[in-house]
Design a binder for this molecule. Sequence first.
Ligand code: NAD
Ligand code: ZN
Length: 347
Amino acid sequence: ATTVPTTMRASVLLRQGVIEMQERPVPTPADGEVLVRVAAVGVCGSDVHYYQHGRIGDMVVTAPLVLGHEVSGTVVSVGRGVPESRVGDRVAIDPQVPCRQCRQCKTGRSNLCPFMRFYATPPFDGTFCDYVTAPADQAFTVPDSLSDEAAALLEPLSVGLWAAHKADVGPGDQVLIAGAGPIGAMCAQAVRARGATDVIVTDFVDSRRERITSFGATRALHPVADGEEIAALRADAFIDCSGATPAVLSGIASTRGGGTVVLVGLGAEEMPLPVQLIATREITVTGVFRYVDTWPRGIALTTSGAVHLDDMVTARYPLEQVEEALNSDSDPSSMKAVVVVDAPGGN
Ligand code: NAD
Ligand code: ZN
């Protein structure tokens, strides 16, 4: 059996722009939960946003908060009702903990549960630490062939899988994606996995456009220089992963009659809507908020080689350097920074 220490390291955001390593008690798994020794944590734009601004919209950091939610690790102990045989499982965690009782939860929209608890969303601590607890059925066992880092990146992949699902992408489809950041890359890979054959991704940043063709894009275009080519498209689906108003407006105009527009990017709070175009083309416009039950598919797609996550990691940092990891994310040559947590008590 693994010996679990009583205290652990946690990298804590004290307030906007200030991170401190603290010693904290190792959490105890409640009924139905597992205790996971953290292996890898991906850095997400939302972690960076909390660090830089101390808030995301009306979610405000008013008390010290552990950031991080893209997480993998190993089960080291179990709460009541969870089989002891799970100890030793390498797992990837779905960080959404919905109430499972409300109407949204009961009708397959648990991502919209009003009682949601989510790592690194005030007041719930995240995973830049040695140990975390999670509901046992949300700690998905991953095969040995999947690296710790790939297992952690199943979380942003899940956003892509859910966006591809909401876009109703099918075999042979043409899909336009705005934004070649990590989320755009996850969407591109996800729509390819569903059979899209023409995947056009736009971005201003040259290095991001160049790189995106190894992550699902069949064409990478510049929003302005290639504007005519983009305007001539009539894509089956458009997925915005930029949050930029011009990208959304041009994307809607490049969507075919009866096509679908999926808004993933959370940038501008409000945008003008080309109402006549949407009406006369009967375009479906929908949003994406995280994902619902995407880990089993994500594991299958990554294990089978349909989706590549390891290649997306462009930088690695130890737990002591969470701040450096957060700062590195603003560099456009960075795709995905990962914090590698080498917890004491490991075996
Ligand atoms: P990112 O900032 O790394 O990528 C955005 C990219 O869009 C950048 O490369 C930028 O150069 C590009 N861009 C800007 N203007 C553009 C334009 N006019 N046309 C084309 N590209 C343009 O961010 P990310 O981590 O990849 O995340 C993308 C977006 O998805 C963010 O807004 C983030 O908040 C959002 N997000 C939403 C959810 C959700 O559940 N809805 C989940 C995760 C992330
Ligand atoms: Zn609920």
